[in-house]
Design a protein around this ligand. Structure first.
Ligand code: FAD
Length: 404
C-alpha cells in the first residue's frame, strides 16, 4: 500500500490501537484518529479489565508480553459468592489455556492504554487526539475520511470507534442498541489486603439482585464493579454518585464494600450496559469495522475487549496477505478478515448473551435449585467452554513466539 494512502483507524480504544500496532508490525502505513484529547484520556476515572489468554497471547505476539506481565495480575480462577460470603461456585480457568499461550490477566484500563500508546509511538504510528471521525466518502482510489475540522485520505478505513460508532452508522444507518437493563459503577482503589492473589471475587445478592466484583490489577491496586437493574440513562443528582454506590454496596461483603467507600468520588464511573443485535454486515468496499463497533456484547464473560484484540490481529494478518495495490484488492482482504471472524465472534457473543439474560427464578427454592444446577453444569461444561473461549486466533503469517 502506498504510504501516502495509509490505513486509517477511527478510535484509539483497545481494538483500534491493537489494530494499528499489528498493521505497523506488518510494515503497513497506518494512522489513528481519536475523538478524546490525550488529557481527557489521562484524567478519566480508572477501571479494570480482564484480558483472557485469547487476548493476552496475541498482544504478546505484538511484543507486549513482558510489559503486560509486569503491569498486570494473572488470573487463574474465579470465585463466586453470595452476599454473605458463602461460595456459590469456583471456576479454575488457568488449566484450560492453550500451549505456548500467555496467562489470562487483569489490568488497569489506563495501564493497557499506556502500553499500547507507547508501542504505537515506538513504531512511529501517528495517533491524532481530539479528532472525531464523522463519516467517509469512498472514491475510485481509496477513502476520504471526514473529521470534525478537516479530512484525511486513506487506502482503507477501520471503524474501531466503539458501540456508538460513526462508521457503523454510515454503513448501516442508525443501529438501535439493546439495553441489558443493567448499569454499573466501577472504580480502582489502592491496596489488595483481603483479596486472593490471581483470583477475581464475584458477589451476588439474591434479594436486591445487586452484583459486584473485586480483583487485583497489579501495582498493589484493585478494581471493583457494582451492577444492578436500572432504567437506561437514569443518573443520581450530580455529587451523589459516591453516596449511592456506598449504599448499594452495603449488601455485599466488606472486601468490596470497604473499597467502594474508600474510592474517591471523582474516581468512580457509571456505565449502562448496551449491546448490538448480531449482524454480519461489517464492511463495504475499503471500509470495515472491529471490536464493539462490529459486535458489542454483554460484559458478563469479559470478552468484549478480548474479541476486539482478536479482530485486530486477524485484520492485520488478512491485509498483510492481500494484494493492496488497489482498492479492489484491499476490499477483498477486508472481506476475508470479516469471514474469518464471524463464526468465532458469534459463538462468544452467544455465550455472553446467554449468561447475561438467563432468567432468575423468583422463589427461594427455585433459586436454590438453579444454583445446584448451575454448579453441576459448570462442573460438566466448564472445561470445554473455557478451553474454547481462551483459544488464541489462528494467523497465516506465523507470529513471533510469545515472550513468557
Ligand atoms: C462494566 C464493563 C466491564 C467490562 N469488562 C471487560 C473485561 O473484563 N474484559 C473484556 O474483554 N471486555 C470487557 N468489557 C467490554 C470492553 O470494555 C469493550 O468491549 C471494549 O472496550 C471494546 O473495545 P473497542 O476498542 O472496540 O471500543 P472502545 O473501547 O469503546 O474504544 C472506542 C474508541 O473510539 C473513540 N471514538 C468513539 N467515537 C469516535 C469517533 N467518531 N471518532 C474517533 N474516535 C471515536 C472512543 O473515544 C474510544 O477511545 C467491559 C465493559 C463494561 C461496560
Amino acid at each position: 500500500m502506498h504510504p501516502s494512502r495509509p490505513i486509517i483507524v477511527a478510535g484509539a480504544g483497545v481494538g483500534g490501537l491493537t489494530a494499528a500496532l499489528a498493521l505497523a508490525r506488518h510494515g503497513l502505513p497506518v494512522e489513528v484518529y481519536e475523538r478524546r484529547t490525550a488529557e481527557e484520556i489521562r484524567t478519566a476515572p480508572g477501571s479494570g479489565l480482564t484480558l483472557w489468554s485469547n487476548a493476552s497471547t496475541p498482544l504478546g505476539w505484538l511484543g507486549l508480553g513482558e510489559r503486560l506481565l509486569d503491569a498486570a495480575e494473572r488470573v487463574v480462577e474465579i470465585r463466586n459468592f453470595d452476599s454473605r460470603g458463602r461460595v456459590r461456585f469456583t471456576m479454575r480457568t488457568h488449566p484450560y489455556i492453550w500451549p505456548d499461550a500467555l496467562p489470562s490477566l487483569s489490568i488497569g484500563r489506563m495501564d493497557l492504554a499506556a502500553i499500547l500508546l507507547a508501542a504505537c509511538a515506538e513504531r512511529g504510528v501517528p495517533v491524532h487526539h481530539g479528532r472525531r471521525v464523522t463519516g467517509y466518502r469512498q472514491s475510485g482510489d481509496g477513502v476520504e475520511v471526514l473529521l470534525d475540522g478537516g479530512t484525511a485520505t486513506g487506502g482503507a478505513l477501520i471503524g474501531a470507534d466503539g458501540v456508538r460508532s460513526s462508521v457503523l452508522t454510515q454503513l448501516r444507518g442508525e443501529v438501535p442498541g439493546i439495553y441489558l437493563g443493567r448499569t454499573t459503577y466501577r472504580g480502582v482503589c489502592a491496596g489488595t489486603a483481603g483479596l486472593v492473589p490471581e483470583v477475581p471475587l464475584l458477589f451476588h445478592d439474591e434479594q436486591t439482585r445487586i452484583g459486584g466484583g473485586v480483583y487485583p490489577i497489579g501495582g498493589d491496586r484493585a478494581a471493583w464493579t457494582l451492577s444492578w437493574k436500572a432504567p437506561a440513562g437514569e443518573r443520581e443528582q450530580p455529587g451523589r454518585e459516591h453516596e449511592h454506590a456506598v449504599r448499594l454496596a452495603r449488601v455485599l461483603p466488606a472486601v468490596l464494600r470497604d473499597r467502594v467507600a474508600r474510592t474517591p468520588a471523582e474516581a468512580i464511573i457509571r456505565t449502562d450496559i448496551w449491546y448490538h443485535e448480531w449482524h454480519e454486515d461489517w464492511g463495504d468496499g475499503v471500509v470495515t469495522l472491529l471490536g464493539d463497533a462490529a459486535h458489542a456484547m454483554p460484559n458478563d464473560l469479559g470478552q468484549g475487549a478480548c474479541q476486539a484484540v482478536e479482530d485486530a490481529v486477524v485484520l492485520a494478518d488478512a491485509l498483510a496477505a492481500g494484494d493492496l495495490s488497489g482498492p479492489a484488492g484491499v476490499a477483498a482482504a477486508l472481506r476475508a478478515y470479516e469471514r474469518r471472524r464471524y463464526e468465532r465472534v458469534r459463538w462468544v457473543r452467544q455465550q455472553s448473551v446467554q449468561v447475561a439474560t438467563a432468567a432468575e427464578p423468583r422463589s427461594a427454592l427455585a433459586r436454590w435449585l438453579m444454583g445446584k444446577l448451575t454448579r453441576l453444569y459448570l462442573a460438566l461444561a466448564e472445561k470445554k467452554m473455557w478451553q474454547q473461549m481462551q483459544q488464541p486466533p489462528e494467523l497465516t503469517t506465523h507470529p513471533t513466539r510469545v515472550g513468557s
